[in-house]
Design a protein around this ligand. Structure first.
Ligand SMILES: *Cc1c(COP(=O)(O)O)cnc(C)c1O
Length: 393
């Protein structure tokens, strides 16, 4: 096999819904991955924040393979010990009462929106189903989460879109207040807009969201699909703002590379889902929960989350000293780089050059985006930053 072989076969059979880079990855080990031509790359993307423990972490592999050889799946009409263990651990760490498991970020958000609407309908009846989301947000690719996504570019082609959404500019509390009427049941936000360009919400705005929500018994849904599970140096990004939303959604990094979405519900919302109101065939799958349990246990080890912040500080310090870097955004290992004009290249061009030089990075809007595995070593970080420094020089 070579990159070329794979790409030809792939492109003749797989839907063309992605703009892919011209390499085929064959294996990975910790912070590095290898393509079909044998070329190695340092990974500053972790599969869009998914491989939180890097590639093929030994304990994770052991737990996942052991579970696969013991009980790989059962329907949600039965209980399993591993789902119970994982849910207890997740609720314990996050301070939520209950969790619903799906298989992706979009599904976690679908669940969150269903919970918000049912909470409202249980208490106030019909006609209180509007969800306010922020401009420039990203909540997923299903029809409902596309409708929730506050970017016009996502509202093309696939009409008709579901109704029941209003969009307000991020960090504009006045606009939010003006948008709140008797039809609103929830406000959904990303504390750090990921796909929207690694934009951190202001504390002032987040305070206003929670104040307005409390005043009117509107629920706050925090979409932490990208920012959650230790990415920012805290388990939830909401902790940086001193906030605990009524509903928080997690996915990407939660199971270290296996598909899981989690919708966390607080004491207000924990009882909303009753038998028959929601479901997912694969949700809470034992193998996925076994992988997730290793991720959560790792994050609870003394010093783990602190090490994420230390790595982040090191990266921010080195990037800030690079003349090609105009500004930085983000918290912890969720990092957006605005390029200086002197670089003479846009973010996609930097991403392509990095690939040639053996470094995987991401982009978000006009920025280069870094979401490295949380377990990357300082040595791997420095090698990656050396490559980035060369490109931006
Ligand atoms: C990636 C992402 C999603 C969608 O997750 P999928 O697993 O692709 O469905 C939703 N919200 C945010 C903030 C994301 O970053």
């Amino acid at each position: 096999m070579s990159n070329q072989n794979v790409i030809e076969k792939f492109d003749s059979h797989v839907a063309g819904s992605y703009g892919r880079l011209p390499i085929a990855l064959s294996k990975g080990d910790k912070g590095e991955t290898t393509d079909e031509n044998g070329k190695e790359y340092i990974d500053f993307g972790s599969g869009i924040g998914v491989n939180s423990l890097g590639f093929c972490d030994a304990e994770w592999v052991e737990a996942v393979t052991r579970q696969a050889a013991t009980l790989q799946h059962t329907s949600n009409y039965y209980y399993t010990g591993i789902q119970a263990d994982f849910a207890a651990l997740l609720c314990g760490i996050t301070g939520y009462e209950r969790v619903f498991f799906g298989n992706s970020g979009a599904e976690a958000n679908e669940c969150a929106m269903k919970v918000a609407r049912k909470y409202s309908s249980d208490r106030y009846g019909k006609n209180r189903g509007t969800i306010i989301t922020l401009e420039n947000s990203f909540h997923g690719r299903t029809m409902e989460t596309l409708a929730a996504t506050g970017q016009a570019v996502f509202h093309e082609y696939f009409y008709p879109f579901p109704e029941g959404f209003k969009y307000v500019p991020a960090n504009d509390a006045m606009a939010l207040r003006a948008a709140v009427d008797d039809s609103v049941c929830a406000i959904m936000l990303e504390y750090i807009q990921g796909e929207g360009g690694v934009n951190v919400l202001s504390q002032e705005f987040v305070d206003a969201v929670f104040a307005i929500a409390e005043e009117k018994d509107i629920l706050v849904i925090a979409d932490e699909v990208q920012s959650g599970v230790g990415r920012t140096g805290r388990f939830l990004a909401g902790e940086h703002f001193g906030k605990h939303a009524d509903i928080t959604t997690l996915a990407k990094g939660i199971a270290g590379g296996l598909p899981m979405g989690a919708c966390l519900m607080n004491e207000k919302t924990a009882g909303v889902l009753t038998p028959g109101t929601h479901g997912s065939t694969f949700g809470g799958n034992p193998v996925v929960c076994a992988g997730g349990k290793v991720v959560l246990e790792r994050m609870q080890r003394p010093g783990f989350l602190e090490s994420v912040s230390e790595k982040a500080e090191h990266i921010y310090a080195r990037l800030s000293a690079m003349p090609g870097v105009k500004s930085l955004s983000g918290i912890g290992l969720m990092i957006g780089i605005t390029l200086a004009d002197t670089v003479g290249k846009d973010a996609p061009a930097v991403k392509n050059l990095a690939l040639e030089k053996g470094l995987l990075v991401l982009t978000a809007k006009e920025k280069v985006r870094l979401l490295p595995p949380l377990t990357l070593t300082m040595e791997e970080i420095d090698r990656g930053l050396d490559i980035l420094g060369e490109i931006l020089a």
